[in-house]
Design a protein. Structure first.
Length: 53
């Protein structure tokens, strides 16, 4: 697992928080789902079965 801290504009952070709440996820889990979906749309499906989302 790669640990990181990221900086987001407040508007984006607020949107992400609202999306996570609407989907009953943590902010981290919501971000992983969004990133996995973006990878899938781009055809880059090199994710392992150990990834959470």
């Amino acid at each position: 697992m790669y640990r990181s801290q990221i900086r987001l504009p407040m508007e984006l952070a607020d949107w992400l928080k609202a999306e996570a709440a609407a989907n009953f996820r943590t902010i981290n889990a919501e971000l992983l789902v969004i990133l996995h979906e973006a990878m899938r749309r781009r055809g880059d499906e090199k994710l392992t079965s150990n990834d959470n989302g």
